[in-house]
Write a protein that binds this ligand. Structure first.
Ligand code: ZN
Length: 192
């Protein structure tokens, strides 16, 4: 109930089911600009969720387990996770859930600088942190590099919204975005 009230306060209105896919394909989610949509233009929400549910069954990896793993990563303040280096990125605004039922910020305080994104840098394939910083001197450079770094399996990107998306919507984000929580990669990087 608290969550529903928060949602209505934040978004002004609940999101209808038919609207969700349109929002996921867009580059603006509830007023927040994204560099790329959560779902590629040629990807279907139904197909992505069905595939994730198959992966979950076949790998015997419940959505809840990945969600808890990501939450534990965000709650941790050390330098390494499962042997992988941690890079924490702080932003002013958090992304509200495209379904309109959850936000990590409240309507009264929508802007709050905090860690909203964490990269795990692959312990064997990845750069060490200093070479990553040399190659991508600004956060903007680094984020532009996400697609290539993910394609080369050098990093995995986790967002503070992921636990909710996985738990409540079985949505790991589309394959076309570097934010996609691929089950095999999540298992390897998080050590779950
Ligand atoms: Zn949601």
């Amino acid at each position: 109930m608290g969550r529903l009230i928060q949602n209505i306060g934040f978004l002004g209105r609940p999101v209808r089911t038919g609207e969700v896919e349109r929002i996921l394909h867009g580059s603006v989610v509830h007023g927040i600009d994204l560099e790329q949509p959560l779902l590629g233009r040629t990807e279907s929400l139904f197909a992505v969720v069905s595939q994730a549910e198959r992966d979950s069954r076949e790998m015997q990896l419940p959505f809840e387990t990945i969600a808890e793993g990501i939450e534990a990563l965000f709650a941790y303040d050390g330098a390494y996770w499962n042997g992988n280096s941690i890079v924490r990125l702080e932003y002013l605004a958090g992304l509200p859930c495209p379904w309109g039922d959850f936000s990590t910020t409240t309507p009264l305080f929508p802007f709050d600088m905090q860690v909203r994104e964490i990269l795990l840098v692959h312990r064997e394939r990845g750069f060490d942190l200093s070479s990553l910083q040399e190659r991508y001197p600004t956060v903007k450079d680094l984020r532009k590099g996400y697609p290539g770094l993910v394609a080369d399996d050098e990093i995995m990107v986790f967002s503070e919204l992921h636990p909710h998306l996985l738990r409540e919507h079985h949505f790991p984000e589309g394959k076309s975005t570097p934010y996609c929580v691929d089950f095999a990669r999540a298992k390897k990087y998080l050590g779950i």
